[in-house]
Design a protein around this ligand. Sequence first.
Ligand code: NAG
Ligand code: NAG
Ligand code: NAG
Ligand code: NAG
Ligand code: NAG
Length: 506
Amino acid sequence: MLFLIIFTLLINTFAIITLTIDKQYQESKTIQKLIQSQYQVIQNIQNATFYFQPFQTDQDKYITVELIFGYPQDGNVNLEFSITKNKENNTSSQNNVFYDMNGKYLYKSYQMIRINPYTFNNNDKFYIDVNILDSSFTDYQYLIKITKNQKRLCPNQCGNQQSGLCNTEIGVCSCNSKFIDLDCSKVAQSLSLKQPLQNIVIKKQEYFYFEREQQISNITLELGLMSSQYKVSDVEVYIMYENFELGLPNHNFYDYYISLSNQSSYSQVLDLQSLIFDSDIDRFQRLLITINSKQPAIIYLSIKISISEGSFDIDSSLVIVYVLVSIAIILLLGWILILIVRYKRSSRVHDESNPIQNPQNNTNNNNRRNQGSLDKKIIDEYMPKLQYFQILEFPQFLELEVQETCSVCLLEYQKYAYCRFTPCNHIFHSDCLEQWIIKHENCPLCRCALDLKTLQELLIQNANITFNSSQQKNLQKKQSTGVQSQLFSNAQTELRMIAPNQMISQ
Ligand SMILES: *[C@@H]1O[C@H](CO)[C@@H](O)[C@H](O)[C@H]1NC(C)=O
Ligand SMILES: *[C@@H]1O[C@H](CO)[C@@H](O)[C@H](O)[C@H]1NC(C)=O
Ligand SMILES: *[C@@H]1O[C@H](CO)[C@@H](O)[C@H](O)[C@H]1NC(C)=O
Ligand SMILES: *[C@@H]1O[C@H](CO)[C@@H](O)[C@H](O)[C@H]1NC(C)=O
Ligand SMILES: *[C@@H]1O[C@H](CO)[C@@H](O)[C@H](O)[C@H]1NC(C)=O
């Protein structure tokens, strides 16, 4: 008795349980719960349903369900494989059905569905449906494998590195050359621009691929029968841009279709825009070609750059090169010019920030003063020369948006640059403003007049505004009288700085 228990335990842990899905199973109306990670299934009836439930600890894992067929062979498996989450709960079932169409479209003997982590919880039930579409089927035999993994598994482990490598980031196989399909399971011949393929025997079905090495957009695919002996052949060509849901083009799924039933040759322009460089698989995606023939056929297959496009390409690329080069030269010259102008300006500003080094300027200004207009001394009086950081400490600039560049020379202010600010509260490099104001007698920014008379008037106004605003601030902040009076005296010192002669005249 004990021996028997141990024996069944051994069977359960080490042997793969076989499930027979037959009429009896159908009539019992029970649905087999899958607890083990692998089951061998013999399916006698059209539709089989199983279910499994993930554990609490599976939440962060990919759940992969694989069907690996022992019978029938690859190419003859004709069924629909799907998984439905919470089938009895059919309110939002549309979002909860996963399919692998490789059985329905490609009759493949390997099929796989992957469920992403955090898309389920441990109450959810996943129903596996295997519905055979082949009407004259006999026992289908397959292995169901349920795997839980932190990484994305690739279909069929990409042929165990013989034919491709798995990129677990995206769960997609990078097939080696000569291999195509989702699991790199099909051998294919490579087509290149240099070498057309001749004398290819198509017995039943052959695969080809074109991988572009360069950035060409359109190609012409030419194919035809090599031997008149096989004229009667019904050659069918299915062409597809490589995608990662269906591995191969076939009669159910393709982007281009060519039939050679009545012609001995054919050519087709193919747009290659969709074949983009895929950094995950580290190559251009490929153009996949399946050729079927009911009877053996000998064909040729070649690819050319579309002629009209090709010649256009060369011309246009030359024109583009010329245009780009001339634009670059123009930009470079412009940039150099700007640099020179800026350098001259900035060195000028630098030189003139020290008035002692410019005695000539002073004499000029003195002459001007004698003529009765604004001169440097008056400007110094009304708009004293201060370093930029000092100016920014004035209350009006704490409130206003600070100008960071001088709008006369367009240069950015350095912290210690000598600047002046106008009664209309605009900051300029001291020398920039000087030169401007002597010529124009207005503010370079807002154009408000800055002649001697208006300068005096504006200054009075400005002083009042400054004074009022600091008073208002005090009221708003409800500060103590001690602080108020302190600020009041601050305001007075500010006034003195702005208008020394104004205060004296009062
Ligand atoms: C099997 O399932 C399909 C679709 O799910 C359904 O159309 C068909 O009638 C079912 N066959 C049987 C014998 O229950
Ligand atoms: C599922 O949908 C069918 C048809 O819409 C309805 O008859 C059935 O009651 C639903 N089942 C559940 C569990 O809601
Ligand atoms: C129906 O769906 C909800 C939400 O996904 C889930 O909480 C509940 O358990 C489901 N009911 C059944 C009977 O599975
Ligand atoms: C192809 O050729 C066969 C016989 O040579 C003819 O009966 C058939 O109509 C042709 N089909 C087309 C589409 O031309
Ligand atoms: C490529 O071919 C397609 C279809 O023939 C055409 O619409 C497209 O304009 C072509 N592209 C170029 C760049 O010639």
